[in-house]
Design a protein around this ligand. Sequence first.
Ligand code: G3I
Length: 464
Amino acid sequence: MNHKRVLRLAVTVAATGALAAGMTMTLTSTASAGTTLKASAAEKGRYFGAAVAGQKLSDNTYVTILNREFNSVVPENDMKWDATEPQQGRFSYTGGDRLVSHAQANGMSVRGHALLWHAQQPGWAQSMSGTALRNAAINHVTQVATHFRGKIYAWDVVNEAFADGGSGGRRDSNLQRTGNDWIEAAFRAARAADPGAKLCYNDYNTDGINAKSTGIYNMVRDFRSRGVPIDCVGFQSHLGTSLASDYQANLQRFADLGVDVQITELDVMSGGNQANIFAAVTRACMNVSRCTGITTWGVRDCDSWRGSDNALLFECSGNKKAAYTSVLNALNAGPGITPSPTTPGPTTPGPTTPPPTTPPPTTPPPGPDGCTASVSLNSWTGGFVASVKVTAGSAGTNGWNVSVTLPGGASVTNTWSATASGATGTVRFTNVNYNGRLGAGQVTEFGFQGTGSAAGVTPTCTAS
Ligand code: G3I
């Protein structure tokens, strides 16, 4: 765009995690003029998503809007515990698979929602407790995350585990009664099952700095310091007629812990202020370089769980509301994120950092043929997820680099368990601090997501 004014603000994130990972986040102030939510968000390095109810995929008006405006989806109910494991040990993925297929066919990423939650548990789990429930819950996380492995951008691993009100503590539930460590156990199981997905904690009434959001903040800080694998925090943002003035500051303080933040279930009470509140939330996300995307909890007013609140961006007829225009304008006016490597995962390896790598007891010298790499691709029209396996040679590694040369038009948008240098052409991936040291023959994995096609890429590995 020739009228584009680009002003680069190098923002050194005073974030423990980000600094530990050696990252500098860069916001780019770029006026743009996208004409759909997804195009405008993508121009700024973000996604714009919607919660989708499976049965709506046969509604033409609904699907037309979904495919035109959104490049991310989250199942409103289809990946919850009651839907995916209606009987213990019998898994049902029909609804989730259908949504993933729709997303892949239309170049959309998928948020997974939600592996563990006190609500919408199947009857058999509701009546369990203690060790039996803990084992069943962790098995559920493992099975479901394994089934969808490689297809999910971010999982809500745990949903709504904190209490409302002033305590800042955990909500009582059958899961909480299995022991306070149930949340970290769930995150570790999810990482082991799908190392490529970003792992999020998700909650509501966290729309500013308050007792509940501070309780969650303290948990995330503790997880990061102990190496519990958490990559992101979801702020549901089911909003009324006003927005806390410290909404953005609250997102920023979480980002400063070294996690991504996302607006995950946005809807706003209708009335005079609706368009302003939608715009203010969008601006807040745009102003936080680690805010990677926004999801509205539904598409049209009549699709919403909030019924007569008319809380979304489209009328039932499909017409765009004033709130739609205010969001689009805020996306177009907001700063973008320059392609910056993200390094999800702990900044320090904890004692129970999940597989696949365990540092060898001694440091082996690098060998001449220090490592090999192989890639497996999950591709769809317009995008792909690549999982790369790095195998150390007979001398082991102290660190490794993997280079891939992407075909023209392909671009890396997101990397996990490695740091990417470059986004197009030849892209070099370097180990992060917890997976560089491999013993002879040991294997570790990292991954990246991109737009375009990566068909035929051949990785080359160099050890140090
Ligand atoms: O599918 C059955 C249907 O067969 C049955 O006839 C009908 C009778 O009530 O129920 C249908 O299931 C309902 C389901 O939505 C699908 O429509 C459930 O009763 C109903 O409880 C369920 O509500 C969902 C709610 O979570 C459950 O707590 C809403 O759709 C969904 O929007 C809402 O989403 C939550 C997020 O997951 C977490 N954050 C808050 C958000 C809003 O409550």
